[in-house]
Write a new protein. Structure first.
Length: 254
């Protein structure tokens, strides 16, 4: 049975880690990336998502990436502004375990085929940002600022058919509010694809993880719950274990 994963999200604006609401006002400082990543690495997480939202990352900063990947023992997935195979190659060379692509898929979906063929599907994650409008799920890109005419379900299945090894589904409407994931969105997504589905946007307590799991999520990505509350990945795992959710038991049970 596939073990579910606990994944903290780190958003880097080029100066500091930040966190916003509904993809807006990403000005709340969330600390130093190196300090934060070291803390997460020691706190029972299964993976780390690091997203550069600065849009000044056409050239990969080797020293910066190495400073992070050198101090983690858990897998780290890196995304943000990635549009070229050469960028992916650099990131893998500097220690990334996975690459997360987002906006580029609205311009050139062939990059999924190229990347999965070169690096393996297991190393290529596609992240899709979604907002519900008039009872329909619509796709957005460029940090949620531009609405796409592509149909959500069609895009989702196409990405998997092209070789995406995992899907991160981001609910813009729920982002940063800590009121729970969009479980309807998770359920639809998990019913359409046969690859792991990562829920993102809205976690505020451990029960939100459990509800996402019941609706088909294979992993729970979150930021605010760890940045701004006393909740921890280890406590989340203990809660889920009691609910008989298959987790990776790399913690000490009290």
């Amino acid at each position: 049975m596939l073990k579910v994963r606990i994944i903290p999200i780190m958003l880097w604006n080029g100066t500091t880690l930040v966190k916003g609401n509904k993809f807006e006002n990403e000005k709340r400082s969330a600390g130093s990336p190196l300090t934060t990543i070291k803390i997460y690495n020691s706190r029972d997480v299964d993976e780390i998502f690091f997203f550069d939202i600065s849009r000044n990352n056409n050239t990969i900063d080797k020293d910066f990436i190495l400073s992070m990947t050198d101090c983690v023992t858990v897998p780290i997935a890196i995304g943000g502004g990635i549009e070229k195979i050469s960028q992916m190659n650099d990131l893998f060379e500097y220690g990334a375990d996975k690459i997360v692509i987002n906006s580029i898929i609205f311009k050139d979906r062939n990059i999924i085929n190229e990347a999965s063929k070169r690096f393996g599907s297991q190393a290529i994650t596609v992240s899709i940002d979604v907002r519900k409008i008039n009872n329909n799920y619509e796709c957005f890109y460029n940090l949620g600022k531009i609405k796409s005419n592509l149909k959500f379900k069609n895009l989702l299945t196409e990405c998997v058919d092209r070789g995406a090894g995992e899907i991160v589904i981001n609910s813009i409407d729920h982002d940063g509010l800590m009121n729970g994931y969009d479980n309807e969105l998770i359920k639809i997504t998990s019913s359409l694809v046969n690859v792991p589905v990562v829920a993102s946007g809205g976690a505020g307590n451990y029960d939100h993880f459990y509800e996402a799991y019941k609706n088909g999520a294979d992993a729970f990505a979150a930021a605010s719950i760890y940045h701004f509350t006393e909740h921890t990945p280890a406590k989340a795992k203990k809660y889920l274990l009691k609910k008989e959710v298959p987790i990776r038991e790399n913690f000490i049970i009290e």
